[in-house]
Design a protein around this ligand. Structure first.
Ligand SMILES: Cc1cc2nc3c(=O)[nH]c(=O)nc-3n(C[C@H](O)[C@H](O)[C@H](O)COP(=O)(O)OP(=O)(O)OC[C@H]3O[C@@H](n4cnc5c(N)ncnc54)[C@H](O)[C@@H]3O)c2cc1C
Length: 421
């Protein structure tokens, strides 16, 4: 079968690999000349297989007013009457129910488990260099109530593969000496030794290189998709800036632009762009190196040690701005990351810190959408939000299996389009 993959971020590239491995002829279309150039370019680097808490939760609902009003808050919503945001927001509020959160966590953990296996398999069989390391992840809590809630969920959520340790503030600081916080600033932490880190952009580049070596893969880069071509109630092609592309099946992996393409196809896809930022810093020679990846739970910030040619860089990432499609860098929002790096790790952030922002393709319940769309011939693998790097390889495996009509390794209904629409 000839299958056209729309989008060459981490989701499109892993999807293309699994389809090509399954013996399909694959054509990959992307508007950029380089692969992995949008949300996958400089994300937090955490492969978070055990800690998959969705953004929508009863706790987020309670905190929403203060989150939106507070100066320097990690979340911001552009005031206005964006109909896309309103219908997404209503679904987000419904997804904050405890039962919905439980379903999401169970589904995400199952997808995360196959993602980990697939990433391990790909990195070993293809010899991909992207700094994959089992660094362990320490999640820090400042509020006693948030800590208590997380602590009580520990054994149930993560599953047998991921032993989690509940730590006192002093134990957190002893485990991660690079932290410059005082014990009194913390309520406690949860450490998962099995969590990994890796550079998503380097992975995209390495996988694109292996895809180029396959004789059943074709590229159409630097080529914006301008719209769908339908015939007899079926998607038979896409129009692009370089002409029409025809195929037997299409897989939508256009990240935050997936909902616009779905709209042009005649159906609603609840994927909204949620802008996040990162900075990448080179630690001073005498600084104590960050050993593990760290998440500041309340501030929604992550700190990850990423391997670079010249040593280890520290990636600081976070912030969730619902600004529509505005992809510009706001210096005020970047300052939140600079201040956090200085306060948490004592790092100098005055100079060049490799500032970046990207649009997370976010569904209201934080679960990706993986399944056949209402338009025949179009499969969707998109909406991975805050965990796209973590979930990419499992989502690609699920996509290839469902397209081939093979039994899925996990319950696929949890990711179906109809549960989200
Ligand atoms: C600040 C930040 C930190 C993050 N940290 C983490 C983390 O630590 N761990 C984790 O697991 N995840 C993290 N994520 C999430 C993760 O990066 C995303 O979920 C993931 O990159 C989404 O991948 P994607 O391929 O769906 O989208 P993208 O990478 O955005 O790819 C979509 C592709 O579609 C193409 N496209 C769009 N429209 C068109 C068109 N009209 N024509 C042709 N091509 C088109 C784009 O050019 C792009 O290449 C983070 C995200 C952000 C923003």
């Amino acid at each position: 079968m000839k299958i056209c993959v729309l989008g060459a971020g981490v989701i499109g590239l892993t999807t293309a690999w699994c389809l090509s491995e399954a013996g399909h002829d694959v054509i990959i279309v992307d508007r950029h000349a380089e692969t992995g150039a949008d949300a996958s370019a400089a994300n937090g680097g955490q492969l978070s297989y055990a800690f998959v808490t969705p953004l929508a939760s009863p706790a987020t609902l309670l905190k929403l007013p203060s989150l939106l009003i507070a100066r320097g808050s990690p979340m911001r919503i552009r005031p206005g009457l964006d109909p896309q945001l309103i219908s997404w927001g209503v679904r987000f509020l419904l997804a904050c129910r405890s039962a919905a959160v439980r379903d999401t966590v169970a589904a995400q953990l199952a997808l995360a488990a196959i993602s980990r296996d697939e990433l391990t398999r790909l990195s070993q069989t293809l010899d991909l260099a992207f700094g994959l390391r089992t660094a362990g992840k320490l999640v820090l809590f400042r509020s006693p109530s948030e800590f208590d809630a997380a602590r009580s969920a520990v054994t149930g959520e993560a599953g047998a593969d991921h032993a989690q340790q509940v730590l006192t503030p002093a134990e957190c600081l002893a485990l991660e000496p690079a932290l410059k916080l005082g014990a009194r600033e913390l309520a406690g932490g949860i450490f998962t030794a099995s969590e990994q880190v890796g550079d998503c952009a380097a992975f995209c580049a390495a996988l694109a290189d292996r895809l180029t070596q396959r004789n059943n893969v074709e590229w159409l880069l630097d080529t914006p998709v301008t719209g769908p071509v339908r015939s007899g109630g079926r998607l038979v092609g896409v129009d692009t800036a370089k002409g029409r592309v025809q195929a037997d099946r299409f897989v939508l992996c256009m990240g935050a632009s997936s909902s616009a393409f779905a709209r042009a196809c005649g159906f609603y896809l609840p994927i909204y762009p949620v802008k996040g930022y990162s900075i990448t810093l080179q630690p001073a020679r005498d600084a104590s190196a960050l050993r593990h990846s760290v998440t500041d739970f309340e501030r929604k910030l992550v700190f990850a040690p990423l391997a670079r040619d010249q040593g280890t860089a520290i990636r600081v990432a976070g912030i969730a701005d619902l600004d529509g499609k505005d992809a510009s860098l706001d210096p005020g929002r970047l300052d939140i990351l600079r201040r956090a790096a200085a306060e948490m790790l004592g790092m100098a952030t005055g100079g060049d810190v490799e500032p970046w922002c990207g649009l997370r393709p976010m569904t209201p319940d934080s679960r990706p959408i993986i399944g056949w769309s209402p338009l025949s011939g179009l499969f969707i693998n998109s909406g991975h939000g805050m965990l796209g790097w973590t979930l990419a390889c499992g989502s690609a495996r699920l996509t290839a299996d469902l397209i081939d009509g093979k039994p899925a390794a996990i319950e696929a209904g949890a990711f179906a389009v109809r549960r989200a629409a």
